[in-house]
Design a protein around this ligand. Structure first.
Ligand code: FNR
Length: 342
């Protein structure tokens, strides 16, 4: 199976398999505030992804690159939308362009479309220091995401089987690169202990990539008959993952992602402690089905809705939204209780 065929399969199947709604957001409720003492125009949406300042709390998460004209067009459109709103954007895994430099144009298009933007590179934890440096140079990346995707690899017959020493390789990259490293999951979530280990090697930002949205176990299982269906419902939900990551250390920048599909999910992820919120599958679906103008319209709408919710809650900044009181119920409450996480 060629890499570009696999990439196109992922896009096709991500759209066909659809986004689940199991990320835990229904367990989170805001406490209505009758005397908010705010006005719409006082609300500011700027935030930080690690040390990087961004004017939107939403970022477009890693999806694609390599694989020819179609992925180049998708990346160009995603970058165009990100630029319209001043959002950060991650590229898909750059490993294919490291193996075949002819593919790098489909990643570089994000930088050329969005020259002043916060553009984030992406590689797996198998990457070497040199590969990480080349990936950053390729797109003049402001940060590099290292993805952890053990369950996805195991579900692919051609995937990796050896996950030893990932932490050591990530540490080498953290120490050798002069851009921030964001370690991310791809839809299976992260627990506090894993995040603590990342913190101990100098990682300053994690993207929890929680369970409940795009499901790579199902996507891979749909690509073949001999399915590893026991992984279909595997993972830590996004709401739990954000709380687990926050519990690992207050100094850590936590990015919430996995199954985010509307402004309320975004506001709830921030109220759980996320500094910014990543969206992949939902934005891809709008782009592929309705086009880039529809995606931009949706992004403006989401910004407007978050502003309204912040006004109603009596908060003016993303930092204040991170501190609003919330009620946590259901499975999320049960999990956090079992794990002694406040
Ligand atoms: C992804 N994702 C991903 N992640 C990554 O780190 N490197 C990659 O190359 C890809 N490729 C990719 C392709 C497609 C088509 C999709 C939909 C997703 C994972 C993505 O960044 C995110 O972590 C998960 O999709 C969960 O978020 P959503 O989709 O539920 O918002």
């Amino acid at each position: 199976m060629s890499r570009s065929k696999r990439k196109w399969d992922h896009i096709r199947l991500a759209l066909a398999t659809g986004q689940e709604r199991n990320a835990g957001f229904e367990d989170i409720t805001f406490i209505h505030q009758s005397l908010p003492n705010t006005s719409l125009e006082q609300v500011k949406l700027d935030t930080k992804i690690g040390e990087l300042s961004v004017s939107s709390p939403i970022f477009i998460n890693a999806m694609t690159g390599g694989g020819g004209t179609r992925t180049l067009e998708i990346n160009r459109d995603l970058a165009f939308a990100a630029k319209e709103l001043g959002m950060a954007i991650s590229v898909g895994s750059q490993m294919s362009a490291l193996k075949d430099p002819a593919e790098s144009e489909s990643y570089r298009v994000i930088r050329t479309t969005y020259p002043d933007g916060i553009v984030i590179g992406n590689l797996g934890s198998e990457a070497t220091i040199d590969q990480a440096k080349t990936a950053v140079d390729m797109i003049e990346a402001n940060a590099l995401q290292i993805h952890l995707n053990v369950v996805q690899e195991l579900t692919m017959p051609e995937g990796d089987r050896n996950f030893c020493s990932a932490l050591t390789r990530i540490e080498d990259i953290v120490k050798s690169l002069n851009v921030p490293i964001i370690v991310k999951e791809v839809g299976f979530g992260m627990n506090k202990e894993a995040v603590s280990r990342l913190l101990s090697i100098g990682v300053s930002a994690v993207d929890v990539g929680g369970y409940g949205g795009t499901n790579f176990a199902k996507i891979e299982n749909n690509r073949r008959e001999n399915a590893f269906s026991f992984f279909n419902d595997w993972g830590i939900s996004t709401t739990v993952s954000i709380a687990e990551a926050k519990a690992a250390g207050k100094e850590l920048s936590v990015l919430g992602s996995g199954g985010v599909q509307n402004s309320l999910d975004i506001a709830k992820a921030i109220a759980l402690g996320a500094d910014a919120v990543g969206v992949a599958g939902y934005f891809l679906k709008i782009l592929m089905k309705e086009g880039v103008d529809a995606l931009i319209e949706e992004l403006h709408l989401i910004h407007g809705e978050i502003t309204m919710m912040m006004t109603a809650l009596g908060v003016r900044t993303i930092k204040e939204l991170q501190l609003v009181p919330i009620i946590i119920s259901g499975k999320t409450h049960h999990w956090l209780n079992e794990r002694n996480i406040d």
